[in-house]
Design a protein around this ligand. Structure first.
Ligand SMILES: Nc1ncnc2c1ncn2[C@@H]1O[C@H](COP(=O)(O)OP(=O)(O)OP(=O)(O)O)[C@@H](O)[C@H]1O
Ligand SMILES: CC(C)(CO)[C@@H](O)C(=O)[O-]
Ligand code: BAL
Length: 307
């Protein structure tokens, strides 16, 4: 059933909406909604009386070389989905609402207040995208201050983002939401191929799509090797060699597959692990390029305590 969706564009409008409600669940997104977003929002609507979603393509998390100007946008369809779920409110701010001091993508020329979560931002995704998490933490802190959610929902697909944001909440003693109320929800995958759903999958050609399940396959076989006692070093090396063999086969189909990383990290500190302790758990994550599209994925091992 469709129902009225309040579209809020300013901080004052969100504050007025929020002031009449004791609790609210919040799902921040960059739009181009897919079944992964829908699962997050469904969970939020099941667990909260009121739900607000934001759609904001955050310039600060895109490096100057990245796809800010071409990032997929499907706003009319997104709003139809949100009405049907149903969601109560959509926060749809312009850039100057979230960045009153202005924003440029070149970090050296930025003016205003930014958030760095030191020790959580430079490994894994942060190695390839060194300014990414500064942009994410900054915009999410702004969104939390504006919306003041009692719970906020993030996807396991972007596991480093979720762990880093929980740490930000701890470090800054935020109460809206508390670290325990930053909920991490499992990754939604393509039913038959296992590919993690992602807005940027829209960039993949038909041939690239056929190769795309390799990332999840490498993660699954590497996870199995680690869980059954192979050394972490050997298991990661074998996983990378599967990537290398697949890259050669893909070339014959005019697809460029380039692995970026395959790594095991601690689920609390995100420090790289060379040994696996099931009682502590671990995050096994990987990224690769398929042509110009970057794919990421991860598997959680042992008693990680994250979800
Ligand atoms: N397949 C998925 N399963 C569960 N959550 C997801 C999935 N894809 C995205 N999310 C979550 O949805 C929220 C908004 O993500 P975002 O709008 O960046 O979409 P995205 O698909 O991750 O986009 P991109 O392709 O740019 O990475 C994030 O918390 C993200 O982790
Ligand atoms: C959390 C987020 C909405 C911040 O822009 C973005 O990084 C995302 O969609 O994962
Ligand atoms: N979901 C992560 C957003 C990004 O890659 O910019």
């Amino acid at each position: 059933m469709s129902r009225a969706l309040s579209v809020l564009r300013t901080v004052a409008e969100v504050r007025a909406w929020r002031s009449g409600r004791r609790t609210c669940g919040f799902v921040p997104t960059m739009g181009a909604l897919h079944a992964g977003h829908i699962d997050l929002v469904r969970r939020a609507t099941a667990e909260n009386e009121n739900v607000i979603v934001s759609i904001f393509v955050n310039p600060a998390q895109f490096a100057p070389s990245e796809d800010l100007s071409t990032y997929p946008s499907t706003l009319t369809d997104d709003m139809d989905h949100l009405r049907k779920l149903p969601v109560d409110a959509l926060f749809l701010p312009d850039v100057d609402v979230l960045y009153p001091s202005g924003i440029v993508q070149d970090v050296e020329r930025q003016v205003g207040t930014f958030v760095d979560v030191q020790g959580y931002s430079n490994q894994m995704e942060g190695r390839s995208r060194p300014t990414f998490f500064r942009g994410v933490a900054t915009v999410v802190l702004k969104l939390f201050n504006i919306v003041q959610p009692t719970r906020a929902y993030f996807g396991q697909k972007d596991i480093q983002q979720a762990i880093l944001l929980r740490q930000m909440l701890r470090d800054l003693h935020l109460a809206w939401p508390t670290p325990a109320n930053l909920i991490i929800s499992p990754t939604t995958r393509h039913e038959s191929t296992g590919l993690a759903l992602s807005s940027r999958n829209a960039y993949l050609s038909a041939n690239e799509l056929e190769v795309s399940p390799i990332l999840n396959e490498v993660l699954r076989l590497t996870a199995h090797a680690i869980e059954t006692g192979q050394s972490v070093e050997e298991a990661l090396a074998e996983g990378l060699s599967v990537f290398a063999r697949t890259s050669e086969a893909a070339r014959a189909r005019h697809v460029t597959l380039r692995p970026d990383y395959l790594i095991l990290n601690d689920p609390q500190t995100l420090q790289p692990l060379s040994r696996y302790d099931p009682a502590r758990g671990a995050v096994l994550s990987g990224a690769c390029w398929l042509g110009k599209t970057r794919l990421i994925d991860n598997i959680l091992l042992g008693q990680h305590g994250l979800l």
